[in-house]
Design a binder for this molecule. Structure first.
Ligand code: SF4
Length: 78
């Protein structure tokens, strides 16, 4: 799954996104509530551009599960 804001896009591996435990971890990790867990993962599009590039979502999940892309920097990956 992927969602795009104006400045930031977030992509989460589809298999991982359906894992309730991973959804919970992401919803707890992100300080600006970009992830919500309702049994499965949701990306909260209205919060995407609040991303502070803290990498906590990357640290909370296996490598490659989450990608944070800087659309203002030609889509470079955090
Ligand atoms: S880098 Fe930080 S602010 Fe951005 S989505 Fe990940 S946890 Fe949230």
């Amino acid at each position: 799954m992927r969602a795009d804001g104006t400045f930031i896009a977030v992509e989460v591996d589809d298999t991982a996104a359906s894992d309730p435990e991973l959804a919970r971890k992401l919803s707890e990790a992100c300080p600006v509530d970009i992830f919500a867990a309702n049994g499965k993962l949701e990306i909260v599009e209205k919060n995407l551009d609040e991303c502070v590039l803290c990498r906590l979502c990357l640290d909370a999940t296996p490598a490659g599960t989450v990608k944070v892309m800087k659309l203002y920097d030609e889509g470079s990956i955090l």
